[in-house]
Design a binder for this molecule. Structure first.
Ligand SMILES: [Zn+2]
Length: 231
């Protein structure tokens, strides 16, 4: 006998985008274009998200497999705490679970992730140390809460193609001290209290990583021990 299937729960509970989603999407479009212009979002790599609401969780995130230099505000997906898509076509970025761990552990409302030559090189050079150290560099002031006199340790964690494993790996390194985690031969996640801060943190860390790699290539330390050149 034919039995009518029992309808499952309607997961598309909120078909309309929240009013603040337009500005969030636009800020991510602009950030992605800038990151791409710097060679940090080549191919379809990288992903960006903004958490519009913490409870219930509503995250606007880049779609999987899309060229990040050609994003439109309509391309972003609105997802809930289970990663279920509420609006938008396609699949959310595979690395969404990493973003969700960062949102769970911090006050961030934006998480941006880029792959660059400098961040990949730095992750190899300093893997054994477990972090990249930045000290005595003016650009450190661009990191929320930091001054020129602060030493910043950017943690490096193992990479994995298993997303729950990668999310755990990143989560274990998240602190309130430094708003970023570097993944071995993969890329950097940086976050901030808003999209502007997350973008600034990506720019600052990319500068610092490029500088650190160049210093290493020249055989120079990040800081010479006597704090020369700082009054
Ligand atoms: Zn990635």
């Amino acid at each position: 006998m034919f039995t009518k299937p029992i309808p499952g729960p309607d997961l598309r509970v909120n078909q309309s985008l929240p009013p603040d989603s337009g500005a969030a999407a636009q800020s991510m479009v602009e950030a992605a274009q800038f990151f791409h212009s710097r060679g940090w979002l080549m191919g379809t790599c990288g992903n960006l998200s903004v958490q519009l609401h913490r409870v219930p969780q509503r995250i606007l995130v880049t779609p999987s497999g899309k060229d990040k230099s050609r994003l439109d505000p309509e391309d972003f997906l609105l997802v809930d705490e289970r990663g279920m898509s509420l609006t938008g076509a396609g699949r959310a970025s595979e690395e969404l679970s990493v973003h969700q761990e960062i949102y769970r552990l911090t006050e961030a409302t934006a998480v941006f992730h880029v792959h660059s030559l400098s961040n990949n090189l730095a992750s190899r050079i300093w893997l054994e140390a477990g972090h990249v150290t930045f000290e005595g560099v003016e650009m450190i002031k661009g990191i929320a809460g930091k001054t020129l006199h602060d030493k910043v340790l950017l943690p490096i964690v193992a990479n994995s193609h298993d997303m729950p494993a990668l999310a755990r790996s990143v989560a274990a390194a998240v602190t309130s001290d430094v708003p970023a985690v570097l993944v071995y031969q993969h890329g950097i996640y940086a976050w901030g209290r808003d999209a502007e801060a997350a973008r600034r943190h990506i720019e600052i860390f990319e500068f610092l990583l490029q500088y650190a790699v160049e210093l290493h290539r020249l055989g120079l330390p990040m800081q010479d021990g006597q704090r020369r050149g700082i009054v």
